[in-house]
Design a protein around this ligand. Sequence first.
Ligand code: SAM
Length: 243
Amino acid sequence: MQDSPRLFIDSATIAPLAEGTTLDLAPGHARYLGTVLRLGPEAPVRIFNERDGEWSGVLTAIRKDRGTLRVTHQTRMPMATTGPILVFAPLKRDATDLVIRMGTELGVSRFMPVTTARTNTHRVNTTRWHAIAVEAAEQCERLDVPVIDELRALSAVVSAWPSAGTLYAAVERHRVATPTARQRQVGGGDGLLIGPEGGFSPEETQWLLTQDRIEALSLGTLILRADTAACAGLAYLTLHRES
Ligand code: SAM
């Protein structure tokens, strides 16, 4: 049996959820439930956000781009995702979209886009990226949506990296002993750094490898596309998570 649809409702737009609350649906949600899924009154729906956790409810009315939902009971307590921070150079549109979607599914807590020597694009559409992250969070059953930062310089992000965390820099053709699960447990303050399509410049690589909070990470002997490298690196760090 398929689970009921799951919708993210920004906590800033509603009062804290409680049994019996009636919510007006946003036009996009009403269209999705009524027109796309063809649901009618009494259909079960789940709603969630980082403040309220996840709640079940039933549709009480649905018409074109309007609808209401009665909240019935809480199904999950709030819990923040404590996965790694992804520091990455924006890529071509489709590749960045993929990184945001897969990164959200792989538990990224925060996306930090950076400019590097060979960054191809400085286009950062945080509104679009947030919408992609919301869809991915709805699908993968997260209770929160990752934070998306504005574009910053790589050097500024690396220099300000908190002392409690490590930034794993994915560097190709660099012979490093990748830390194993036994050597290192990856925590919420840790991050993964991925270069642009053209890679880091030699000077940048040299600088990165001398920084205190940076640890080089090899993703194997093959050269991966930047979006593939982001997903492979996140999968690796996710498997080595604390708890
Ligand atoms: N243009 C570069 C070249 O051919 O030498 C390759 C850059 S690669 C397409 C883009 C980014 O993915 C790199 O900056 C690095 O962060 C990451 N990456 C790709 N393959 C990797 C590997 N085998 N190990 C670690 N990082 C890798």
